[in-house]
Design a protein around this ligand. Sequence first.
Ligand SMILES: [Zn+2]
Length: 440
Amino acid sequence: MLIKNVIEDIKKTMNYSISYKKAWHARAKAIKMVFGDWDESYRQLPKFMHALQTSNPGTIVTWKHRYTGHTTIMPVFHFVFWSFKPVIDGFRYCRPVITIDGIFLYGKYTGALLVATIVTANGKILPLAFAVVDRESLESWSFFIQNIKEHIVMDRQGVTLISDRAESILAAMRRHWLNPSLQFVGYHRHCLRHVCSNFNTHFKNKELKQLLWKAGSADQRRKCNGYLDQIQEINQEAINWVHKMNPEDWALAYDGGYRWGVLTSNDAECFNSVLKGARNLPISAMVEFTFRQLVKYFDEMGAQAETDVRNEFQYPREMQRTMEEGIARGNTFKLISYDRPRRVFEVQTSFRRGRDCNRQIVRMNQPTCSCGKYEIRHYPCSHMLAVMSECGDNPFQYVDPIFRLPVYMKVWETKFNPIPHQVYWDDPQWNLLPNEVRLR
Ligand SMILES: [Zn+2]
């Protein structure tokens, strides 16, 4: 519940206006009544995490403590990382792209929630791992990235991380993700939304910002360059700023396929629908919240995938729709065959008389299309689909396995287990103190 709604409610029921501060404290009290005391919540956390791991084996929880105390040494909370077993298993059947971002936590103790998410073959955001840390720093990002690598990515090679360009993230990434001595092939791409907002901080011009977004999200270099030319016409300094970045870091058309079409790291959908409300809760309640959200998510997505199987789709529903639309568009194109056995075709997408007809060259034997989308998206563009329709070929084999329904079904295969009632929890024999108390 938003603070302004608390104020409105009191106004309506009591006919009295309260201050923002009073409403904030009232909400904090209400949260405490429902979810328990903030300090108690820290003490509960080891026990709750232990119950989570016992009921859902393979779930990862790692801690980083500081120690304090004169007579008895007590661990003080510093960082905690968690990721649920079904999601860790599911990741193996998803595109190798992880986006990371941090959000500020509200409540009695300040802190940040770090979240790693992936995008499913159906285009939905799925939270993959979490950490609560004191603040975003080189140390906390290093902790998060190392845990992701060790417990989630494991021996999978060629995984891309997408993030904003905060110096602490970049430094952690250089150490734990891109470091050649790691014997691990990892890539890094920048979140386009963050790039555009950094850009806007410098140039404070909505039109320029929109052009940069269009350039970054365009899937053909010709189009990307067109938008960059428009930026240059408006402001030479702005284009100099853009050219200081490596094009592959921020522009989809130059990315080489490593971001699999994923543009941003903090999709509003994720933080609003999956994590909305989490940031106001005491820590144990917040972890439980992420657990319950994912249980619900797995149930809904698994059921949806089963419906897709019953409908005899070849791909998850969004992908099915994309493919059907591509085929329909492909049927309006004009094809000229150059080498039918090798499937080399010129595809004309508009047939205006004269020289300005748009054409692409498709070579299914490689397979490539001059539009460049196949390399970026890992499934055929409408030009390739047109050639396959013409030759009676099935596109299925040209669609990356992660976009195929039988593989997508496996994402939801490992199930969550219910957590037993609190009275059945084992005591892990250790307690935790909250991090440096910073009362608001
Ligand atoms: Zn194409």
